[in-house]
Design a protein around this ligand. Structure first.
Ligand SMILES: O=C(O)CCC(=O)C(=O)O
Length: 389
């Protein structure tokens, strides 16, 4: 992200010295500014324009940084032949600096367990990153005990096997275009157990934590839990496949945007294990269609029109440490590579929808949990979809 998205600047000059102040619009971005706008970055950006020193002063009272650049104006106003002898355009230059909005935990620098779950809420710049690129990485919001327990629950669910998604594909799903879910190769791509939270109530407080994140990212007052499910990608020795590029939205009977998926890494997930990957900006393309996920392996851009390419950039793969997560928009094109490791890749996802979302009557293979008892036009207004706070 560019600095200008979170900050503005003022400049002054005295002789050959330029003075640049940068202030954040929102005080919650003050720590980000302090961390990201370093002397090194300013020096690199200004290059040969500054022959002398770059000195940074902090102004915590006004959430600003003041940079004094010496030998920076070509000799000063009365000597310089530059078109901008006062250095006013330096404001634009400094605001063009790239900043990394990842939190320290995002960057993998926080130690494991070094989290205060309740304290994390998306900053305004993280919300705007989510809206711009269609997905965002979350730091770890679980403490060590919660993470270990999630791993135990996940293992217990897998040992049981009764709740597999494929087991729920029923009559009529062929006509609705979901029959492929029962294909044996589907389990090589991923295997799902659904609605763990209904069998393990202790997961509800984690759901509530991610619900608050989802509400901030979507920009709605309240979300419902559409469902939660595991995504296990088996290792190569068992048989592994890529998670085919797709959007989630076309597979779901919902009437509006705001559908988001939180994907929590239960163990460390490296790129070679099939970490999630996303096409930044693809959520702006609208629904790209629903197709047989087993029968069709395609490159990420095959479903796009040439002009769509201007709205998106190349896919980004997002490895995660255990407990970290990503959140993606239901319209963001995403997938994952094969799992080339010798361990299963385990992720737990929670899917949220804005509380006002209505059922379109579209087909869905998981009627027991999602649409049983609902009539066309209903909202997901039932305790089984509530976030327990
Ligand atoms: O875990 C994967 O490989 C794919 C997950 C996915 O498609 C999703 O979370 O929407």
């Amino acid at each position: 992200m560019k600095l200008r998205e979170i900050a503005y600047s003022r400049s002054g000059d005295k002789g050959d010295v330029a003075n640049l102040c940068v202030f954040v619009y929102d005080e919650r971005n003050w720590e980000l500014l302090r961390r990201e706008l370093t002397v090194e970055k300013v020096r690199a950006k200004f290059g040969d324009l500054v022959k002398g020193d770059v000195v940074r002063y902090e102004l915590p009272g006004t959430q600003g940084l003041n940079f004094v650049l010496t030998e920076a104006l070509g000799g000063g106003v009365s000597r310089s032949l530059r078109a901008d002898p006062h250095g006013k355009s330096y404001q634009s230059l400094i605001l063009d600096i790239d900043i990394d909005t990842a939190t320290p935990a995002d960057a993998g620098t926080a130690s494991r367990g070094d989290v205060e779950p309740a304290s994390w809420a998306p900053r305004p710049d993280q919300v705007s990153t989510f809206r711009r690129q269609g997905w965002i990485k979350l730091p770890r919001l679980l403490d060590d005990d919660e993470l270990a327990r999630l791993g135990e629950i996940y293992a217990a669910e897998e040992a049981d096997g009764a709740s597999t998604l494929m087991g729920q594909v029923g009559a009529g799903d062929d006509a609705a275009g979901f029959a492929y879910q029962a294909h044996p190769d589907m389990a090589k791509m991923w295997d799902n157990r659904i609605d763990l939270r209904t069998r393990w109530p202790e997961l509800q407080h984690l759901v509530a934590r991610y619900a608050a994140v989802a509400e901030a990212l979507i920009g709605c007052d309240e979300v419902k839990v559409f469902w939660d499910k595991t995504f296990t990608k088996p290792p190569a020795s068992v048989g592994t496949r890529q998670s085919v590029w797709h959007q989630d939205y076309p597979y779901n009977p919902i009437d509006r945007r705001g559908f988001v998926s939180v994907w929590v890494a239960v163990d460390d997930v490296t790129e070679e294990m099939g970490a999630m990957r996303f096409v930044p900006g693809s959520h702006r393309l609208g629904p790209l269609g629903r197709f047989d996920l087993v029968g069709r392996e395609h490159d990420w851009h095959e479903t796009l029109r040439p002009e769509d390419m201007e709205l998106v950039s190349d896919p980004v793969t997002q490895p995660l440490l255990a407990g970290e997560a990503t959140v993606h928009d239901g319209l963001t094109l995403h997938g994952a590579g094969e799992n080339l490791s010798d361990r299963p890749r385990r992720g737990w996802t929670i899917i949220f929808i804005p509380a006002e979302t209505r059922w379109t009557g579209g087909p869905h293979p998981h009627a027991d949990n999602n649409i049983e008892g609902m009539v066309l036009g209903d909202a997901w207004d039932d305790p089984r979809f509530d976030v327990e706070r």
